[in-house]
Ligand binder design. Structure first.
Ligand SMILES: [Zn+2]
Length: 74
């Protein structure tokens, strides 16, 4: 599920500093709630790739109609 962006001085399982916005992200889950801070963090911090995948933002909405039938509703 998509949640408001948060980051942490703790990387958890991440290899670099990122911010998260999906609570299903396993990297985000590795960060204890106490160590989560609201927002996207200091400038230059990238969005977590797993959150992007989970939220589906990597696929522009307009492209969905060109996907084959079996690939829809994902
Ligand atoms: Zn994440």
């Amino acid at each position: 599920m998509q949640v408001p962006p948060f980051y942490s001085p703790w990387r958890g399982l991440a290899l670099r500093d990122v911010w998260h916005d999906n609570d299903a992200c396993f990297v985000a889950k590795s960060i204890p709630p106490l160590h989560r801070l609201p927002g996207t963090g200091p400038t230059g911090r990238a969005r977590c790739e797993y959150c992007a995948l989970l939220t589906g933002a990597a696929v522009p909405t307009g492209f969905r109609k060109f996907w084959p039938r079996w690939a829809r509703h994902r």
